[in-house]
Design a protein around this ligand. Structure first.
Ligand code: NAI
Ligand code: MG
Length: 505
């Protein structure tokens, strides 16, 4: 373990222009204007590697959300609602281009704000965000209805019926901090492609990259009010958005606990809701798997983004015969990972995003040990400043332990042996309230498919993990959510279907 935390601010490592951008309190975007909160309040945004303040950001609350919702309604009824799909598509495509033109800057912001390595944000978060806009731009012109032959028995042949998909309207979107820019892209791009307007409430831990994206949205030619971005806290700005009567639909990514609150808030006027929530995903290794590829893939499955992934492969089921070898291989990988500040080019893993998450993850480590689990490696915090936690592999667990049942959202793997790839393995893998993702590692293609078919998860990866694509639907079974993100599937989150019938005889 090699921990490198700098004594001076990580701000020194970013270009002067970005430092200047951060030197001013960052306003919110409402109706195409950059404004401070109506209350005048701001909140601090910190660097999780140094615990130092990066900047302050306008703190939106119910009054700002209300102004943003009104702006979104006016834009829907105004130029955006009248814009041709082709022009809309071109603007969305231009947003993707602008993200790529600002690749380094956005990756720097993401690294400073979230703690993740710049080198990772530069090849993953930012290009994937751009791709989401590029992919979705094509859908703007391809949202088609259907001619439907009806059998109306009283007057056969007298009617022409077809469906007309329409934007659902004003959408409230609430996103988390683990992939701040990418989560904004996953939400905004399909809403724009379908012709909706948006109020986006960004996570209080990581508002910066979405605010910079807001500047690029306006530069791309988005009319005023189509996207409004309000930073603020969950129980004020977030709750006000989920409950606002002027919002037609709420799209949320975050904890299952808050997902329930969103559903309650939205139930008053029966807003449509889509949810992308937590996970405790099983990753299954059969004894005939390619061991080296599995060790590398399972390590990335849990340690990528410091384990702060809803789809992290956090329960690794390993067939008995190869258990020791695979678990030891992952532990050895964990020990090689260089922890440090995200802007250091040598850093492979940064800190957790916040003091709260640091407390949560170290609390789980403590609870695991108290319940009898053993750390093959890691098992504790690292360094004396910043929210660093050592990549950890836990063994000797029992199915009832909290570390096995609950989402930890940190670099903590639970490794569990199994005897045979039979019904009891499937039952153990599915023994969770979640159903977001799963993995299977084997050289037996037919067996992999059989297992994949029986796993209750929205995504199954075979001999790979964390393979995401703008074209692939992603979302959860069970308490991992409602609806799907990305791909053609996400469009239905943002559309209403109108059936139109005209008399033709
Ligand atoms: P959270 O669910 O509280 O926060 C996510 C978003 O919801 C943030 O924008 C937050 O401001 C907002 N929010 C919070 N309370 C709200 C409310 N009452 N009404 C409306 N919006 C509200 O997640 P948090 O506290 O950051 O993390 C807690 C746990 O949630 C993590 O340890 C992890 O297990 C899980 N999580 C899952 C994510 C995923 O990608 N599915 C992302 C982030 C967290
Ligand atoms: Mg919370």
């Amino acid at each position: 373990m090699n921990i490198q935390t700098t004594d001076s601010s990580t701000l020194e490592r970013v270009p002067a222009a970005l430092r200047e951008w951060l030197a001013k309190p960052r306003p919110m975007l409402i109706n195409g204007k950059w404004v401070q909160a109506k209350s005048g309040k701001v909140f601090d945004v910190n660097d999780p590697a140094t615990e130092m303040r990066l900047t302050t950001v306008a703190e939106g609350d119910a009054a700002d959300i209300d102004a943003a919702v009104r702006a979104a309604r006016a834009a829907l009824d105004g130029p955006w609602g009248r814009m041709s799909p082709s022009v809309r598509g071109r603007i969305i495509h231009r947003i993707g281009d602008l993200i790529l033109e600002h690749l380094d800057e956005l990756a720097q912001l993401e690294s400073l704000d979230n703690g993740k390595p710049f080198s990772v944000a530069r090849v993953a978060d930012v290009p994937l965000s751009a791709d989401m806009f590029h992919y979705m731009s094509g859908w703007a012109t391809k949202i088609e209805g259907k001619y439907i032959p009806i059998s109306n028995l009283a007057a056969p042949g007298q009617y022409l019926s077809f469906t007309r998909p329409e934007p659902i309207g004003v959408v409230g979107q609430i996103i988390p901090w683990n992939f701040p820019l990418l989560m904004a892209a996953w939400k905004l791009a399909p809403a724009l492609a379908t012709g909706c307007t948006v109020v986006l409430k960004v996570a209080e831990e990581t508002p910066l990259s979405a605010l910079r994206l807001g500047e690029l949205l306006m530069e791309a030619g988005l009319p005023d009010g189509v996207v409004n971005i309000v930073p603020g806290f969950g129980d004020t700005a977030g709750a006000a958005l989920a409950a606002h009567p002027g919002v037609d639909k709420v799209a949320f990514t975050g904890s299952t606990e808050v997902g329930r609150l969103i559903v309650q808030a939205a139930s008053r006027d029966l807003k449509k809701v889509s949810l992308e929530l937590g996970g405790k995903s099983p990753n299954i290794v059969l004894e005939d798997a390619d061991i080296d590829a599995t060790i590398a893939g399972a390590s990335a499955g849990i340690f990528f983004n410091h384990g702060q992934c809803c789809n992290a492969g956090s329960r690794l089921f390993i067939q008995e015969k190869i258990f020791d070898k695979v678990a030891a291989g992952i532990a050895a990988n964990a020990e090689k990972i260089k922890l440090g500040v995200g802007m250091d080019p040598l850093t492979e893993m940064g800190p957790l995003v916040s003091e709260v998450q640091y407390g949560r993850v170290t609390g789980y480590l403590k609870s695991g040990m108290e319940e009898g689990a053993r750390a093959l490696t890691g098992g504790a915090a690292a360094g004396n400043r910043g929210y660093f936690v050592k990549p950890t592999v836990l063994v000797d667990t029992k199915p009832a332990m909290k570390v096995v049942r609950e989402e930890i959202f940190g670099p903590v793997l639970v490794a569990i042996p199994f005897k045979e790839a039979d019904d009891s393995l499937i039952a153990a893998a599915n023994d969770t309230i979640y159903g977001l993702a799963a993995g299977v590692w084997t050289r037996d293609g037919a067996k992999a498919q059989q297992i994949a078919n029986r796993l209750k998860a929205g995504t199954v990866w075979i001999n790979c993990y964390h393979v995401f694509d703008s074209a692939l639907p992603f979302g959860g079974y069970k308490q991992s959510g409602w609806g799907r993100e990305m791909g053609q599937a996400v469009l239905s989150n943002y559309l209403e279907t109108k059936a139109i019938t005209s008399r033709i005889h």
